[in-house]
Design a protein. Structure first.
Length: 648
């Protein structure tokens, strides 16, 4: 390879010879990846193509949501022809043979084995990490397995059984075990409990009853409990759900008072400081907690969860909630999916213990060889989407990768809660989407025009949303937001001739720690009660209070009648209108379709092309990571080694 320091623009001839330049020219590497590769080359005093290419791919991987790059998978692409320049004959991308590639990396002074502190870490399976991400993965796996192996906390078994029976009375509508009750028993017996379930399976209701169990077990000693979520809107929804459910518990007022209601973002919990690179709470200064509950864990990246667990005292309980089938975090990692990879397999001893505590006959399956198996529970019964629910049936078909069945459900579901519309050409899109957009947002904007209280306006706004798979292009959120504003303007519901108008909804896209506004927070421009001639943008904090901020003070933001499916995570709406593109896209996946669908409580209407939708359902999102192996495969291998050396 030519010297990487000889400039950023390379000739056509050079591009034909250098895999790194080819990948950059194809848009598969960005400037950060390119410069990182050059830095690694300088540190190693080497221009070896194997090192430069591997470093660039490792940098690129984290930007794409992967924890590492699997070089063995990339090496298979050596047979590919990346040829957008037809005048160049032959394959443009020639990757080194994998054995040669790995040998060259192992010989490099900047590539270490697991446990060595080098800029790059190469494991035995051909996975290459930036050191920071290898450390996050290693430390998180060790901490979670340590908690799963820890001796169960002492508890009053008789009281626990009685409380479980009281808080989870028999439900005649259930077929099979009450998995909420099982999850509560696990959380009471273990230092860590991972609970995954789809919409309406009662995750928040379950965790509320878990907190009732734990506060009852603690006797007179008050428990220090924190509730947290990755975003402000997810924290606010968690808080709202717990407040609404608390009165339904069969507990006296004093006991109810001991169960917290306030939730915060993880950044706020950990003490994020805009002027520092570290959180206030960390391994050396742990959180003053006995119990930490984290909701919407599918949205939490590897780095944030690792730093959260690191800041938790060793004796504290950790309860993680989420939906493993949703889209993974925008940040690197698919942590909840990795945590639940071996769920549903209890060890024989713990299986018997759970059966005794819950009084239920639990199905016996293949025994888990990881201690995390005893700490992970999947909620199976949806109380929101019944057997005849189109949304529920479609969600199951999508999760199972049954594309033909999913498309057929749009045509033959007797319920009206799902619908399909063939997507119009871009030139006709406004005529197609305008009427449903106006119908969806009219009640909200009428509430704005009637000067209703901000809380009521927010409630109206959250009944309907347009979701899109893409940001850019004719079917992306930028174009759709312009379409929405034009349609609403034409019907006299807004005055979009001015940038700020009453009812303009905006989403923050860059964190501002001083204003306590974070990426994904949604605000609405409304008249200031103290000075009606001025507008303020109101935000609903995680504590349920509204804050009004002058528009000029806002960090970077955008209009949000339409939002990406990724940004919709942690939210629910009565009705969603989902726009998928008319051509395949790398972002379209089974997880995206499922996440978009399950944002709807009452109705989901999809606009798209059937073939593109089917291809998305068949495509499962896979992120490169070693976390699943560390949590589930490594403990099995260690157990087998122990059995070989100690047959008794």
């Amino acid at each position: 390879m030519n010297d990487l320091n000889d400039g950023l623009v390379m000739s056509t001839a050079d591009q034909a010879e250098t895999p790194l330049a080819v990948l950059r020219a194809q848009g598969l590497l960005n400037d950060l990846d390119w410069h990182f590769a050059r830095l690694i080359g300088r540190l190693a005093a080497s221009t070896a193509p194997e090192l430069a290419l591997a470093a660039a791919l490792a940098s690129h991987a984290t930007g794409q949501g992967d924890i590492c790059v699997n070089l063995r998978q990339w090496a298979r692409r050596a047979q590919w022809r990346i040829n957008t320049q037809p005048e160049i004959a032959g394959p443009l991308l020639a990757l080194p043979p994998i054995d040669d590639w790995l040998a060259a990396l192992r010989a490099s002074p900047v590539v270490g084995q697991p446990g060595e502190r080098q800029p790059l870490v190469l494991d035995g399976r051909g996975r290459l990490y930036l050191y920071r991400y290898w450390a996050y993965e290693q430390h998180l796996a060790e901490a979670l397995l340590h908690r799963a192996r820890a001796a169960p906390p002492l508890h009053d078994a008789a009281r626990l059984r009685a409380d479980l029976d009281r808080l989870f009375p028999p439900d005649p509508g259930l077929r099979g075990p009450d998995w909420q009750k099982v999850a509560a028993a696990v959380a009471a017996c273990k230092q860590i409990c991972v609970i995954s379930g789809g919409p309406g399976t009662g995750k928040t209701s379950t965790v509320l009853r878990i907190l009732a169990l734990l506060t009852g077990q603690s006797g007179e000693r008050p428990l220090r409990i924190a509730l947290a979520a990755p975003t402000g809107k997810a924290a606010a929804r968690m808080q709202e759900s717990i407040r609404a459910a608390k009165p339904g518990l069969d507990l006296d007022a004093a006991h109810l008072e001991r169960i917290p209601e306030e939730a915060s973002t993880l950044h706020r919990l950990l003490g994020a400081n805009p002027d520092a690179t570290r959180f206030r709470y960390n391994r050396d200064h742990p959180l003053p907690l006995d119990v930490l509950v984290v909701d919407e864990v599918s949205m939490v990246g590897l780095a944030l969860l690792a730093r959260t667990v690191e800041a938790l005292p060793a004796e504290a309980r950790l309860i993680l909630l989420g939906d493993k089938d949703q889209l993974a975090s925008v940040e690197a990692g698919a942590v909840l999916g990795d945590l639940c990879a071996g769920a549903g397999r209890f060890s024989p001893d713990f299986h018997a213990r759970l059966a005794a505590l819950t009084g239920m006959s639990l199905p016996s399956g293949r025994e888990s060889t990881s201690p995390l198996g005893d700490a992970t529970v999947l909620l199976r019964h949806s109380y929101r989407f019944g057997a005849d629910s189109g949304i529920g049936a479609l969600a199951r078909a999508v999760n199972r990768g049954r594309a033909a069945q999913a498309l057929d459900l749009f045509e033959h579901t007797p319920q009206q809660d799902i619908a399909w519309r063939d997507l119009a050409e871009p030139a006709a899109l406004a005529a197609q989407l305008g009427p449903p957009v106006v119908a969806g947002f009219a009640p909200y904007l009428e509430a704005v025009q009637a000067n209703q209280a901000p809380a009521q306006v927010f409630a109206c706004f959250n009944r309907f949303r347009v979701l899109a798979a893409l940001r850019n292009g004719p079917f992306g959120v930028e174009a759709l937001n312009r379409l929405c504003e034009a349609a609403l303007q034409a019907h006299g519901l807004i005055d979009s001739h001015q940038i700020w108008y009453p009812g303009r909804p905006v989403m923050i896209v860059r964190n501002d720690y001083n204003l306590r506004l974070f990426n994904g927070d949604v605000g609405i421009a409304l008249a200031d009660a103290a000075a009606p001639e001025h507008l303020r943008v109101f935000f609903l904090d995680s504590d349920g209070r509204l804050r009004g901020i002058a528009p000029a003070r806002l960090p970077v933001h955008e209009t949000v009648y339409a939002m990406t499916v990724h940004k919709s995570q942690g939210s629910e709406f009565e009705q969603v209108l989902v726009v998928t593109p008319d051509q395949p896209s790398p972002v379209l996946s089974r997880e995206l379709i499922y996440t978009a669908l399950t944002r709807a409580r009452r109705q989901a209407v999809f606009y798209g092309a059937g073939t593109v939708f089917a291809a998305a359902v068949l495509r499962r999102l896979q992120r490169s990571s070693g976390l699943r192996d560390r949590l589930w495969v490594a403990p099995r291998a260690a157990r087998r080694r122990r059995e070989r050396t100690d047959p008794a």
